[in-house]
Design a binder for this molecule. Structure first.
Ligand SMILES: NC(=O)c1ccc[n+]([C@@H]2O[C@H](COP(=O)([O-])OP(=O)(O)OC[C@H]3O[C@@H](n4cnc5c(N)ncnc54)[C@H](OP(=O)(O)O)[C@@H]3O)[C@@H](O)[C@H]2O)c1
Length: 293
């Protein structure tokens, strides 16, 4: 019965997450930060990770000054040692891992012709290979226990590829396939796997993508006349952008479900784009997305 104590009210509202141990990667900003905040509010024990140590430590202190329910582990998802340290520190502090939110990621911009293959590899290394490697580290214990949840943060770009963004979009297309296959593999073992497809969300994503691609963008060569139109389109999309909390809410919903949907999308414009992808002939969609001066 509700007796007014904060713990009891949390238990009544969100029983599934109270005391659950959840790792959130890429929690130093944007969607990861909002997700961690929301999960802590729901009573979970949250482990936050990202490269920017100072930011992460300040955020952990803000979430839980006593440090009982939040642990920050700074690290780069592309480093094997850092991934192992993330899992080891989580087990040392909380003794188990109930869920992993694979959120860390960034975008690469520019025409495929102009993007050095090393930059492409780097983007796949962060968004795909490291995500797989970290998932591999947490899976054995979940599988043996017959319980656990993997939430992958995909994108509408995992369904609709756009010119000048095809490298990033390819990583998210790969994540769609990976998530679907993994879901089927783990179903018999009681481990749940789901994909969240955000639309445009106001975060540091665009700045991070521009920084990662600055050398390419400084010299787009013959693509320059098209690039201006593309930039204008990106700017105009900012007006419809959602907020990180829109996606954090979906992550929480997926984590709280005994049988999560294969995919969640949001905010509303994301659902519209995915619906158009579903109903429009490929040629029509290609006309809308192709480069225009
Ligand atoms: N914003 C959007 O419109 C949008 C749309 C669809 C999907 N998404 C996806 O949502 C996820 C979060 O993006 P966001 O929009 O919240 O962008 P963001 O604000 O730039 O956050 C990205 C997070 O990932 C971390 N990160 C990047 N590379 C990392 C690495 N090598 N190792 C560890 N952490 C790393 C960053 O932290 P550090 O720099 O401190 O390491 C940061 O915490 C990404 O997977 C992105 O693809 C975003």
């Amino acid at each position: 019965m509700f007796n007014g104590s904060p713990t009891t009210s949390i238990n009544l509202i969100m029983p599934q997450l109270v005391g659950q141990v959840v790792i959130v990667t890429g929690a130093s900003s944007g969607i990861g930060e909002a997700t961690a905040r929301r999960l802590v509010r729901a009573g979970a024990k949250v482990v936050i990770s990202a490269r920017r140590q100072d930011r992460l430590a300040a955020f952990a202190h803000e979430l839980d000054p006593a440090g009982e329910n939040v642990l920050s582990v700074a690290g780069d998802v592309t480093s094997e040692a850092d991934r192992q340290q993330l899992v080891a520190a989580t087990l040392a502090k909380f003794g188990r891992i109930d869920a992993l939110v694979n959120n860390a990621g960034y975008g690469t911009r520019g025409p495929v012709e102009m993007v050095p293959v090393d930059l492409i590899r780097k983007n796949f290394e962060t968004n795909i290979f490291s995500l797989i490697a970290l998932t591999q580290l947490v899976l054995p214990a979940m599988r043996e226990r017959g319980d656990g949840c993997i939430v992958n943060i995909g994108s509408v770009a995992g369904r609709i590829a756009r010119p000048l963004s095809s490298i990033y979009d390819a990583t998210k297309h790969a994540l769609e396939a990976l998530t679907d296959g993994l879901r089927g593999e783990l179903k018999p073992f009681g481990v749940r796997v789901t994909l969240i497809r955000p639309g445009f969300i106001a975060t540091e994503f665009i700045e991070a993508a521009n920084t990662a691609s600055s050398d390419v963008l400084a010299n787009v060569g013959v693509y320059a006349p098209f690039y201006k139109g593309h930039q204008d389109k990106v700017k105009s999309l900012r007006s419809v952008a959602g907020v990180p909390e829109d996606i954090a809410r979906l992550v929480e919903k997926a984590l709280k479900s005994d049988n999560p949907a294969p995919r969640y999308s949001g905010p509303f414009h994301a659902k519209i784009f995915l619906f158009l992808k579903w109903i429009l002939p490929n040629q029509t969609l290609a006309w809308f997305t192709q480069l225009k001066r």
